[in-house]
Design a protein around this ligand. Structure first.
Ligand code: UGA
Length: 455
């Protein structure tokens, strides 16, 4: 790295920001990360990642130790230090509304504005409604120093694969205003990625913003499509697992994100499709995205279907001392994120209906117990299924997929519902279990199942 390399800052150190900061330091840049939460900053500065993300802690520690990566809570320090500022704050769903809560984006921008150096570059990475970048560009033009520019550079990383997705993304997208230096600066920052032939699309702000939300809308639609087929399979006796496999050989369709099961959750897909619909409404094109309402509805119906199937297996009621063992709480494997987790939603609903629910997740127990203290949390799968009348497999961690059903002892009844279509049905049935799954007949024909996850 040359002496003239830009100094980078990352504002907001959640899943996206912490990963981006560590990865940019790994590329050789001096990086300063900021968060308004001092506890988070203290941890990160000590080389500790405050959430579960495979491979991130090693990278963070390595770069903190090398002195390339530091953390602060001071906007002044960030403004004075940085040449390029990446905005990575969250845009959660507003309470009781579909729209995104944009307060963190605007608060962070306002806080940094007085300290920005002339000719610095502000780069938005947060997922935002179309039109946000133009508003921020106006704020920078009105109140920022001379020569400050804005670029919009959405992020496509998946939790559980965040480091890999940041250092080798499928593509880079950069929204800019013509005539500035933003593209040239970002080409310098992302040079190692461009050298590795990561494609880059350079476009305007609105397109860059839309690439992100439309990508998530497409992925959500693909999942809900196959889950809608699962609903049809359930009444026709067809097998969605085999349907999906057969569809996947058509290269125009492809098999990824075509795994039927309990549906999508997390901090992105559900709230992003809702925010997208809300924005379309504001823009007067709500009809264009009305199909996303159905995508959302199909997704939520899978959760109720799961509860119904579990109740059916416990004889039609959860009352009277029914015990339910739940495997998984995170919204997907390799994550401790429980935001809008289908697994926890199902567990909480079953508890409300009277059952004793015992949950085990390899990484998300702590987060889950804070959000749902009414459930019982266990230290192993074995403990969670003890005396259970039905076991629910709701997050497809490898640990569960590799489980030997004949070694799982002490259940009251050998009954399992595979909410992720990821267990080997035959193996479980051969071990004497009643195996049921979403979108599959009671006695399925055909071989072992693959995982929903990208493993
Ligand atoms: C998603 C996108 O995949 C990323 O590209 C994007 O950057 C990110 O949102 C974001 O906007 O920040 P993530 O939320 O980490 O990433 O999770 P995904 O891997 O997309 O999984 C989402 C949900 O869909 C999970 O609950 C998963 O279990 C479920 N899923 C996934 C299915 O039900 N079926 C599938 O075939 C695939």
């Amino acid at each position: 790295m040359t002496v003239s390399s830009p100094r980078l800052t990352v504002i907001g150190t959640g899943y996206l920001g912490a990963t981006h900061a560590a990865c940019m330091a790994e590329l050789g840049f001096e990086v300063l990360g900021l968060d308004v939460d001092p506890a988070k900053i203290e941890k990160l500065a000590a080389g500790e990642v405050p959430f579960f993300e495979p491979g991130l802690e090693e990278l963070l520690r390595k770069n903190v130790d090398a002195g390339r990566l530091r953390f602060t809570t001071s906007f002044q320090e960030v403004g004075e230090f940085g040449d390029v500022h990446f905005l990575c704050v969250g845009t959660p769903q507003k309470k009781g509304e579909y729209a995104a809560d944009m307060r963190y984006v605007f608060e962070a921008t306002e806080s940094l504005l007085p300290y920005l150096k002339p000719n610095s570059l502000f780069v938005g990475k947060s997922t935002v409604p179309a039109g946000t970048a133009s508003r921020i560009a106006e704020m920078l033009a009105d109140k920022g120093p001379d020569g400050v520019e804005l670029a919009w550079n959405p992020e496509f990383l998946r939790e559980g694969w965040a480091v890999q997705d940041t250092l080798r993304p499928d593509r880079l997208v950069i929204g800019i205003e013509p005539g500035g230096r933003a593209e040239q600066v970002l080409r310098e920052v992302y040079k190692p990625l461009l050298d590795a032939e990561v494609p880059m699309v350079v476009t305007d702000y609105a397109t860059a913003e839309l690439v992100k939300v439309s990508a998530n809308a497409f992925l959500a639609t693909k999942i809900s499509f196959i889950n809608a087929m699962a609903e049809v399979c359930e009444v026709t006796g067809a097998d969605v697992k085999q349907l999906s496999k057969a569809l996947s050989f058509d290269t125009r369709i492809g098999g990824r994100f075509l795994h039927a099961g309990l549906g999508f959750g997390g901090g992105c897909l559900p709230k992003d499709i809702r925010a997208f619909m809300a924005r379309a409404g504001e823009l007067g094109v709500d009809q264009a995205l009305s199909f996303l309402k159905e995508v959302d509805a199909i997704n939520m119906r899978r959760r109720s279907r799961m509860v119904d199937l579990a109740r059916e297996l416990t004889g039609g009621s959860f009352h009277g001392g029914v015990k339910v063992g739940v495997l998984g709480a995170a919204f997907k494997p390799n994550s401790d994120d429980i935001r809008d987790s289908p697994a926890l939603d199902v567990a909480a609903a079953i508890h409300l209906q009277g059952a004793e629910v015992r949950v085990y997740d390899p990484a998300a127990n702590d987060n889950a117990s804070r959000a749902h203290p009414e459930l019982t949390y266990c230290r192993s799968a074995q403990e969670a299924v003890a005396d259970a009348h039905v076991v629910l497999h709701l997050t497809e961690w490898r640990e569960f997929r590799d489980m030997d059903p004949s070694a799982l002892n002490g259940v009251a009844l050998k009954r399992i519902v595979d909410g992720r279509n990821a267990l080997d049905a035959e193996l479980w049935r051969n071990a004497g279990w009643v195996y049921r799954a979403l979108g599959r007949p009671q006695q399925a024909v055909g071989g072992p199942s693959a995982s929903q996850s990208d493993e």
